[in-house]
Design a protein around this ligand. Structure first.
Ligand SMILES: Nc1ncnc2c1ncn2[C@@H]1O[C@H](COP(=O)(O)OP(=O)(O)OP(=O)(O)O)[C@@H](O)[C@H]1O
Ligand SMILES: [Mg+2]
Length: 331
């Protein structure tokens, strides 16, 4: 399979901040490729450079063999884009929103009604065609955003956090839409902060942190990087976590890591018997167990192994910092 996108030593600086740091990646025609990373990792900056909305500080991007900086217009025709914040024209109806984009894409006038109808059907919005898009729910606006990106039938679709902020039901239905588009032959480059989403959708992915690719591969290759064994995870009370870890060390020769109320260790292949013995032992020591499990490594385990933090912690830290800034401004 040929590479539809090539990022070569891509770097983007904003003043002193290195938002994207020497990233090299190849995205193959026909695949779903994910950029997985927390807030501020550099995902949107990479997407904006592929679209040539931003120019690289150094390095280059080829789309279908064309340098995007030198072939802006040609490359634009190959790419459909759904931005992180779906922007619909609130005072136009769903149908009018799609018409507007057909005109922006220079779709021939006589083809527009059919394209709009097709888009509304694909987005399951036919019933709401003549309702103002500003009144649509978040899920409906995202669906409109997705079909809008598909109007010119691009070979390549960029989706920047397609399901952030959606409820579970809308997220799962968006996943199905994305898989269907891929089955019909569209290559997809998407960004996400959700490990489950990367795992569910992506043929291959790159984990991005502070502008760098810290790992890349198929979801199963990445999970194997976390450990060859399985992960034992126990949640107890924060005061008891250290005691529980010591108990596991002395009685079971397991070397766990403790973080707050959570104890994690790599163990060899699931042994139901071991789990029962550990549970009994902890109970005898009067250590409360709120949950105990042995599972295969997840992408979260990979992220922890590589960065020392969970992706959620990293994301929440930024979010709480943002909340503080926001609250500060209103004080
Ligand atoms: N135009 C800009 N000027 C200055 N700094 C910027 C600009 N755009 C992005 N940044 C910074 O670059 C870094 C990467 O931002 P980017 O938006 O690419 O992250 P992201 O991975 O898309 O995050 P999120 O998940 O929150 O969307 C952040 O530190 C951000 O503050
Ligand atoms: Mg972003």
């Amino acid at each position: 399979m040929s590479d539809i996108i090539k990022l070569e030593n891509l770097t983007k600086k904003f003043g002193d901040l290195v938002a994207v740091n020497n990233v090299s990646l190849n995205i193959k025609e026909g695949e779903i490729f994910g950029l997985l990373g927390p807030n501020g990792a550099g995902k949107t900056t990479i997407i904006n450079m592929v679209l040539s909305l931003l120019h690289p500080t150094s390095g280059r991007i080829l789309v279908n063999g064309l340098d995007v900086v030198k072939n802006k217009e040609k490359v634009k025709q190959l790419i459909g884009m759904m931005t992180q914040e779906t922007v619909v024209e609130p005072d136009l109806t769903g149908a009018q929103n799609l018409e507007l984009f057909c005109q922006l894409y220079h779709i021939a006038e006589e083809k527009i009604p059919a394209a709009v109808r097709f888009g509304l059907e694909e987005a399951d919005l036919m019933k709401f065609a003549d309702v103002k898009a500003g009144t649509y729910s978040g899920g409906m606006q995202r669906r409109l955003g997705l079909v809008r990106a598909m109007l010119q039938e691009p070979k390549l679709l960029l989706l920047d956090e397609p399901t952030t902020g959606l409820d579970v039901q809308n997220r799962v239905s968006m996943w199905q839409r994305i898989k269907d588009l891929n089955k019909k032959g569209t290559t997809l480059l998407l960004t996400t902060q959700y490990l489950e989403e990367a795992d569910e959708l992506c043929d291959r992915l790159a984990i991005i942190d502070h502008g760098r690719v810290i790992a890349q591969g198929t979801p199963s290759e990445l999970k194997r990087m976390a450990s060859e064994g399985e992960i034992l995870e126990i949640i107890t009370s924060p005061e008891m976590a250290q005691k529980a870890a010591n108990f596991l060390r002395t009685k079971f020769r397991i070397s766990p890591e403790v973080k707050g109320d959570r104890i994690k260790a790599i163990v060899q292949k699931t042994e139901a018997e071991k789990l029962t013995k550990i549970t009994k032992g902890l109970e005898q020591e009067k250590i409360p167990i709120f949950s105990i499990s042995i599972h295969l490594p997840t992408l979260d385990d990979v992220f922890i192994k590589l960065t020392g933090a969970t992706i959620r912690d990293t994301t929440q830290e930024t979010e709480s910092a943002m909340t503080r800034t926001f609250m500060g401004r209103h004080r």
